[in-house]
Design a protein around this ligand. Structure first.
Ligand code: OAD
Length: 253
């Protein structure tokens, strides 16, 4: 079984009262959703995500940004949770208190069965009014052939994805929940993230300040690696599956 958690950390994990798992785009890579650092493909190859996922881009080219998200929504609709998502559900059943804080907007953790997932950057499957930020139903969107559909609430408002764009603030409630999870956990995993984008990247460091053990799962090193008790240089699916198997084995020992 590759990607094993060191025995001392496995025992600490089994005794942990609160576990926080921070996930990034690498957690969805094996479900077929490209990460932010993967090159864009097709007609979108000419753009960088930073040039599309901003309020300014939506203001200047609403149809382009809307259609980029429509293509990503189709990709997410076709995506399935992988063994790593399912391993986190297994771990939550064994450990009791596992809080997933994700930077991903694809909803795959929830689809796998994880509960109380904190979505730091929103969810691509939801839409909202570009002015009032009130939620817009899928039915309203389907009844309109405009791209993007108009807002049902505000004149000149438009439908936009309910995700955090570059330069926008994170949803306060999600941020508060994430900070609380990081402050109270005694074991933290950081899975599939470059650990570059704040405030998400600061959460594992907050956990460390509170004495939590930190394990990073990523095929390559990140700025967080030097702070981790163990760096598992492997894919999210294989590493998390191995850890869930180790926990089950320890429980049945
Ligand atoms: P990135 O695309 O920046 O990084 C993906 C990370 O996943 C990299 O460190 C890869 O090495 C790692 N990775 C790739 N395949 C993996 C696998 N199979 N298993 C485990 N890890 C793997 O994605 P994030 O770090 O999530 O923000 O990016 C953070 C934020 O930057 C995003 O949420 C987005 C972007 O700006 C917003 O949209 C607001």
């Amino acid at each position: 079984m590759p990607y094993r958690l060191e025995q001392s950390l496995l025992e600490k994990l089994l005794k942990a009262r609160h576990v926080m798992v921070l996930t990034g785009a690498g957690m969805s890579a094996e479900s077929g959703i490209p990460t932010f650092r993967d090159a864009q493909t097709g007609m979108w190859a000419q753009y960088r995500p930073e040039d599309l996922a901003t309020p300014q881009a939506f203001e200047q080219h609403p149809a382009r940004v809307w259609n980029w998200y429509e293509d990503r929504r189709k990709m997410v609709r076709d995506a399935e949770p992988h063994a790593g998502h399912l391993a986190l559900v297994r771990m939550a059943a064994i450990l009791g208190s596992v809080r997933i804080v994700t930077q991903n907007v694809d909803g795959l953790h929830q689809l796998a069965g994880s509960k109380r997932v904190v979505e730091l950057h929103g969810n691509i499957n939801r839409s909202k009014c570009s002015v009032s930020h009130r939620p817009i139903s899928r039915e309203w969107l389907q009844d309109s052939d405009e791209q993007p559909p108009p807002s049902p609430y505000v004149k000149h408002g438009k439908a936009r994805p309910d995700v955090v764009w570059f330069g926008e603030v994170l949803p306060q409630e999600a941020l508060d929940e994430a900070m609380a999870a990081a402050s109270h956990c005694d074991f933290c995993f950081s899975v599939g993230t470059t650990s570059l984008v704040q405030p998400a990247a600061g959460l594992p460091l907050l956990a460390l300040q509170n004495g939590a053990a930190l394990v990073e799962i990523n095929p390559v090193g990140t700025p967080l690696s030097m702070h981790a008790s163990q760096c598992i240089r492997g894919p999210a699916s294989g590493a998390l599956s191995s850890i869930a198997d180790q926990l089950t084995g320890l429980l049945n020992a």
